[in-house]
Design a protein around this ligand. Sequence first.
Ligand code: FEO
Length: 172
Amino acid sequence: MLTAKMEKALNDQIRVEAESSQVYLSMASWAEVKGLEGISLFMYKHSDEERLHMLKLIKYVNERGGHAHISDLKEPETDFGSFQKMFKDLYDHEIFVSQSINELVHVSLEEKDYATHNFLQWYVAEQIEEEALARTILDKINLIGNDKGGLYLFDRDVQLITVESAASDTAE
Ligand code: FEO
């Protein structure tokens, strides 16, 4: 059974994951309109992943005798300025999500809820991967600078990352 404080904290995270999915969906749409096909695919997939993160939490809360709440969500931005800025936004957003997960882990220890603590380790590991991926992409962006041909290759590269990670997801 979850304590009220633990249940509230998990519900807050459900909202964070749902809002993350919306943010990346909005980025996907923006990139698609700009003709950045690979980047757009990457963002659509990222958005789907965030929805899965949300669903995993919902199932967990309900399984443990709590009630997962589906709340209204903050409207994401619709214009991201440039693809460089958009990926910087993505990185900053993932740092924010990691902090939020850390807070949640902290609450699980305070509440002596070791089952939830154990469950959350999946999210801790996931955040390490997501931050690393975002940093790798920012490094690539720094390398290409303002080179147009570079952008073409970068867009294809990002698409490749999407396809590779989809393949490894299926293999899991
Ligand atoms: Fe669910 Fe990208 O963190």
